[in-house]
Design a protein. Structure first.
Lengths: 268, 268
């Protein structure tokens, strides 16, 4: 059987104009865009990014698919069953389907499970990845703190799955990016305090989106319910941006961080 | 003094259409584009990416700056002196300058040193970062192997600055991205053989460029002089793409890896 082509298209971290030229072109050309959303009532974040640049396309189907935000397989499995059926019907009809993903489609994305399952479900299917600007590049851009340079090492850790060896990782890497921190902020703050690195850390959510948030004092939000699209960046090195001039000397008496107002603005 | 604005603009990993809409717009609007090149005779890689999408802009200056590819400070320092003088003259005249960088401007980029020095040299200068698709997203896209998903951890290591603890890092991270491997391939191969992970690794250079190269058998190039824009990806997990079906069982008798021809094509 000759299936349509499956695309995984990264739409970038949040600002519409951080989509790539290729992403816009592919999304204008395909007959079907598959759009993940958290529930039938929540607007899709990926589609909020892509909708305006892609615009109206005559005859194009926008296929909304719901993936509940839970680790409970009893809720996720039926959602994926529906998604596979819906996407499969289009592919089997020879239509190409572009599944959109915030950031990059192969970096902690919903698309990865589809990508993994596709060759079994639709043997011989052609898959094409359109890479996107990732959340880590977005966070670096809005804090103006480099991710890494020269001989520096970077670790990327999903914080909600274990922080026991964080002190050791903080010793051995120059920049540590903690993802999925929303549910574990108290433990993240405790681990950073213990490592004497609480003042070398910054919390960022929804980088480059209109409602982005940059919080240099993690203690002030240690008990908050944080956004899903959030990250904590820990940098041993003194950087130029939000992390400039902060460090061990400041522990216990965090000084006010001067942030250029341009850093706090999502749109150019 | 009111300086022009300094932009660090990521032009993405190699294919022209992986530039973002914002990068193209900024580069069309600024009066000066600063373009790093390795020598006066080597074409700038960043400009090769940006030139066509940006096109001709009346009255715009393209300022070529040479940064020799060396760690020798005696050669780098004069290059930066020239760059600071040249860029400074434009900024002091109130002109905005966009410095272009391959990939993302805050991820192992020449721009980072300029970014670090700028606030001292031009006090109060406004700096804006335009993030780009990084080389790691590009490598994932062309190999079709996800960088990380769910609870997986990622380590990014510049290989030319020490590999002693690589076995330990390979134990503790799901995906390890080794950058700057060109001069240390024999040591990278030896370390991966020792860790029994040589068949879980793939070499990629110039991902998404017209002359990209994907080499699943690292042993075949262990003594080659590799390209500067190259990376070795090591993944413990069985992935879908180039790394599919490879693993410990294959050690000593690496099977031929089937690669979808679409994976080897740089352009869509």
């Amino acid at each position: 059987m000759k299936y349509g082509k499956l695309y995984g298209v990264g739409v970038g971290p949040g600002a519409c104009d951080l989509m790539t030229l290729r992403a816009v072109r592919v999304l204008r050309e395909v007959p079907v865009i598959a759009i993940p959303q958290r529930s039938r009532w929540d607007e899709s974040v990926a589609w909020r990014i892509a909708a305006a640049p892609v615009g109206a396309v005559a005859g194009q189907e926008r296929l909304f698919l719901t993936f509940p935000m839970t680790k409970n397989p009893q809720h996720i499995a039926p959602a994926w069953d529906t998604a596979f059926t819906q996407i499969g019907q289009r592919l089997e009809a020879g239509k190409s389907v572009a599944f959109i993903a915030e950031g990059d489609p192969l970096f902690y994305s919903t698309f990865i499970y589809l990508h993994q399952q596709a060759p079994t479900r639709w043997p011989g299917i052609e898959i094409e990845i359109v890479p996107g600007v990732s959340s880590i590049s977005a966070v670096a851009a809005v804090t103006s703190d480099p991710i890494a340079d020269g001989q520096e090492r970077v670790a990327i850790i999903p914080a909600s799955y274990g922080l026991d060896d964080l002190p050791d990782i903080l010793e051995r890497f120059d920049t540590v990016l903690l993802l999925k921190v929303s549910s574990v902020m108290p433990r993240v703050v405790a681990a950073l305090e213990k490592a004497d690195l609480i003042d070398r850390a910054v919390y960022v959510s929804k980088a480059t989106m209109a409602d982005q948030k940059i919080v240099p004092d993690l203690r002030s939000i240690r008990n908050d319910r944080c956004d899903y699209f959030s990250m904590v960046v820990v940098s041993r090195k003194h950087r130029n941006g939000v992390l400039a001039g902060r460090g061990r000397a400041a522990v216990g008496a965090p000084r006010k961080v001067d942030m250029d107002s341009s850093l706090l603005t999502a749109e150019r």
